[in-house]
Design a protein around this ligand. Structure first.
Ligand code: NAI
Ligand code: CS2
Length: 490
């Protein structure tokens, strides 16, 4: 079969949706750092919808840690398929909004030159929570992070996202070129403010004047982003290639649902996102809190408990009625009361989330969602727990999510098999777990003492400790399935 490329499009079956514009007329207005699965199912699709009348807003993608991205998409003229899947079937669409891909590790100078050119007015990011090189509990730059230490000593040879952004901004400042707008599309709390804090701090460590210039002149609009995008498997590649009649080395599988809420703060201009379904708002905070707590808090809880119970995918766990009850009760009784979303029907939002999690066509691995828990727990579960404790309300189900994470980072599943715990802190986490042995209390005490995750307050929270340790004792003794069954109100 021929490789997906501009030339292969003319032979695509009628069922495949193709770009509705002439790609040869496009110029880039955006550099996206972290050209991974989510960006290609989300922002790149919104841009694909608006390029017909806005040809100067194409995307140049940069991969900072995945050289295989360019190896896969380069030979395909950066074309790829988005396969939207649900119980009714799969709808393939070829996306053309990415016009070039730069491998930051080997083409750093070309990346910096591109980011410094005036036609680039937005630099957006989906670099995973760990890509911000920050302290997840405080949102501050971690100046001791190895990438930051390296980049402060070698600013023109930066390898971190904050380092690359500052190096490009410094070039624009020196050339008297207006700065680009930095738009984080990651699942970070207050992702715009957090990104501004991190980038400004990094700049000030390079040069105090540069730090002030960044803080005073660069816009960092916040966003809430939502579309469930599992990592692509070889089976997906085979299925999509058959569907489109050409070999696609990296198609993207996703769900029908998509949402994008963006703070309207783009001094250098922006595409008309509102014409393609994005919501432009003054403050994204309430939307972000709702999504990070209701969707991501539930996702992480399902991922640890589901993995321990032997469910490979979220949809498998959602076939267990006790798991469905757990998430429904956690959302209804413990998360929704902490949200202030006038005009949003939270019960309907909840029921929509449960249906999305149950999507039988989306094989979202519990192991994938379980990744990087140290970077995710603060905004997904711990913030909600703090609010519930402050108001003297129950945290039973939320605390089970934390207990399941603590059990998971022991690195041994309920059948005695090892778990590949992927996390920037995995060595420290597993060392603490090994030290704790089979003592639930020792495990809790060791992990809650990590300020990067739990801050400095939860270590002294006796209610938090007793509820989490109680769940750990049940997980140790009865396993995840029984612990969930015992907790849910039947
Ligand atoms: P992915 O693994 O497909 O892509 C991650 C991208 O981040 C890659 O391009 C990689 O090179 C880059 N990266 C990884 N570690 C990095 C580091 N330390 N510094 C700089 N760049 C780094 O993952 P995917 O699915 O694209 O998700 C990325 C982020 O998008 C998530 O962490 C989350 O913040 C956000 N997101 C993901 C959703 C999903 O369902 N996959 C949904 C909503 C948001
Ligand atoms: C998931 C998110 O992998 C994870 O941590 O919880 O990527 C989730 O799929 C998205 O936030 C959905 O919008």
């Amino acid at each position: 079969m021929t490789r997906l490329s501009t030339n292969s499009l003319s032979n695509a079956p009628a069922s495949v949706v193709l770009p509705a514009y002439d790609r040869t007329g496009l110029t880039a207005g955006i550099v996206h750092l972290g050209i991974g699965a989510f960006h290609r199912a989300h922002m790149a699709v919104y841009l694909d919808d608006l390029l017909k009348d806005n040809a100067d807003w194409a995307i140049i993608g940069a991969s900072l840690r995945r050289p295989d991205t360019k190896q896969a998409l380069g030979p395909q003229d950066c074309l790829y398929t988005v396969a939207v899947r649900d119980a009714s079937g799969t709808k393939p669409r070829v996306i053309g909004s990415i016009v070039d891909i730069i491998d930051a590790n080997v083409e750093r100078e070309r990346l910096l030159e591109t980011m410094a050119s005036p036609n680039i007015r937005i630099v957006s990011l989906t670099i995973t929570e760990k890509g911000y090189c920050h302290d997840p509990a405080t949102g501050e730059l971690d100046a001791k992070h190895p990438d930051i230490v390296h980049d402060l000593a070698n600013p023109e040879n930066a390898r971190s996202a904050p380092g690359l952004i500052v190096a490009a901004l410094a070039r624009r400042r020196a050339a008297d070129v207006a700065p680009f707008t930095v738009m984080s599309c990651d699942n970070l709390p207050s992702n715009g403010v957090t990104c501004q804090r991190i980038v400004s701090r990094f700049a000030s460590l390079i040069d105090a004047d540069l730090g002030r210039w960044v803080a005073d002149n660069v816009a960092f609009p916040g966003t809430m982003v939502d579309r469930i995008v599992p990592a692509t498997t070889d089976a997906d590649r085979e299925a999509v290639s058959k569907m489109i009649g050409a070999d696609d080395a990296w198609p993207i599988m996703t769900e029908p649902y998509t949402q994008w809420v963006i703070e309207d703060n783009f001094p250098g201009g922006r595409p008309p996102f509102e014409t393609v379904g994005a919501q432009l708002v003054e403050s994204v905070e309430p939307f972000e809190l709702m999504k990070l707590r209701m969707l991501n808090g539930s996702h992480s809880t399902l991922s640890y408990l589901g993995y321990l119970a032997g469910y490979e995918h979220v949809s498998d766990a959602m076939e267990d009625e006790n798991f469905v009850k757990l998430v429904h009760q956690m959302q209804t009784d413990e998360i929704m009361p902490t949200l202030d979303m006038p005009g949003t029907d939270l019960p309907t939002y909840r029921d929509q989330l449960l249906a999305r999690f149950a999507n039988p066509a989306l094989k979202h691995r519990t192991w994938q969602i379980a990744m990087d828990g140290s970077q995710k727990l603060p905004q997904r579960l711990l913030g909600t727990i703090r609010d519930r404790l402050a108001s003297g309300n129950s945290i039973d189900r939320l605390a089970l999510g934390v207990a399941a994470w603590m059990r998971y980072v022991m690195g041994i599943d309920e059948n005695g098999k090892s778990i590949e715990v992927k996390d920037p802190m995995s060595m420290r986490l597993m060392a603490i777990a090994a030290e704790a042995g089979q003592s639930p209390e020792a495990l809790f005490d060791g992990l809650v003492a990590l300020p990067e995750i739990f801050g400095s307050d939860l270590i002294d929270q006796q209610v938090f400790k007793s509820v989490v340790v109680g769940h750990l004792e049940n997980l140790f003794e009865h396993g995840a399935s029984q612990t969930v069954a015992d907790l849910v109100v039947q």
